[in-house]
Design a protein around this ligand. Sequence first.
Ligand code: NAD
Length: 380
Amino acid sequence: MRTVKFGIIGCGLMGREFASCAARWCHLIDVDFRPEIVSICDMNENLWGWYKDHFPSIKQTTKDYKELLANKDVEAVYCAIPHHLHQQFYCDIIQAGKHLMGEKPFGIDKPANDAILACVKEHPNVFVRCSSEFPFYPAAQKICDMIEKNAFGQIIEVNSGYLHSSDLDPNKPINWKRMIEINGEYGCMGDLGMHACHIPIRAGWFPKNVRALLTKIIKQRPDGKGGIVPCKTWDNATLACEAVDPNSGEKFPLTIKTFRIDPGEKNTWMIEIKGSKASVKFSTKQPKTLWLMEYTGGEQIWQQIDMGNDLAFKTITGGIFEIAFSDAVFQMWAAFLYELTHGKPIKKFAGCITPDEVALTHHLFTASLESHKNESVVKL
Ligand SMILES: NC(=O)c1ccc[n+]([C@@H]2O[C@H](COP(=O)([O-])OP(=O)(O)OC[C@H]3O[C@@H](n4cnc5c(N)ncnc54)[C@H](O)[C@@H]3O)[C@@H](O)[C@H]2O)c1
C-alpha cells in the first residue's frame, strides 16, 4: 500500500469533503494507495478543531500556507480556496514540488490560468489535476463508456449543464462567490462551468465558436451587516456553441448552461446526448436513473435504467444501492491517487481534469465574456 501524505490548504466546504474520503478509505476495495492528511492550513482557526478531532495523523496546523509547503512530509496538496488566490497558491505549491489537486476554475481568469499552466510546464515531475466529481456517477460513467465505444452514431446535439438555485433568495447575504474581485468576472461560469465542460472536452467536443447569453438577475444583496451592496457577478450563462463530432466530422450544437438562479434546481448536474444510433439523458435530480434510447429502426423507445453502484473504483457497497454526491467526490479522489501512483487513469473518463483541459475552459469562458459584450459569435 502506497501512502501519499497530504496537506490541505482551505479547510472549508471542499476541504472537509476530501478529509471525509480519507477517513473512510477502507470503503474502497482493490486499491494499492491511500491518502494520509498530515498538515492543514486555513486562516480561520475555528475550522481546525474538526480536523484535529478526527485525524490524529495531522501533525501541523497553520495559517500560513508557506509553512505547510516547507513541510518535507507533505507530498501532495489539496487546495480549495477562493478564486483570487488560485494563481499565487497553485504556483507556489507546484514550485515547492508538491503534487496538486486544485479547485476550479484554476485561476480567477485566463491570465491567472496561463501563469499556472506555465508553472505546470516548468515542473513536469509534479502531478497536477483539477477537481470535478460529477462524471463519476455510475450513469455518467456508462455514458462515457458509450462515447468511447462510439455508440451514439452521428452526434446530433449535446446539452450539458450545472443548475443551482442557491441565489434565488434576494435576501441571502452576499458571500465571496458573488463578489467579482474574489470570484472573478466569469461569475457562474467560473463557479460551475468546469463541471459542465468536463465530459464534452474529454470527448473531444471542444466548441469551435460560442454565442454566450449572460444574465445578472439580482443586482444587489444584503452585506450581512445591515447594508446593501452591489452584486456584480453573472448569475446565469447559456453558451450556445458548435462542436465537431470527431467520428463523422460533422458540426453539431453543444449548449453549456451554468445557472446560479434556476428555480426548482437545488443542485443539478445534467448531460443529454442525442445521436443517430443512441441517445441518453442523465440528471443528478434522479441520481440512479439513466435514460437510454437505442435506435435500430422501428419504434423509438426510451428505456429507464436503474444504475445501482457500478463505479469505476469498486467499493464495499452492494451493487444495487444508490450513489450520492459524497460518493462521487470519493471516486474522484480515488481517480486522482490512481493516476498519481500508476501514471495513467484507470480508464479514459475516470480521470480528473488535466491542466490542458482546464486551459480550454478558460479559452471558452473568456470568449463567452466577449461574445456577450459584443452580442456576437466568437470563434475559438
Ligand atoms: N468541486 C466542487 O464541487 C466544488 C464545490 C464548491 C466549491 N468548489 C471550489 O473550491 C474552492 C473553495 O470553495 P469552498 O466552497 O470550499 O469555499 P469555502 O469558503 O467554504 O472555503 C475556503 C476556505 O479558504 C480559506 N482561506 C481563505 N483565504 C485563505 C488563505 N489566505 N490561506 C488559507 N486559507 C484561506 C477560508 O478561510 C475558507 O475556510 C473554490 O475554488 C470553489 O470554486 C468546488
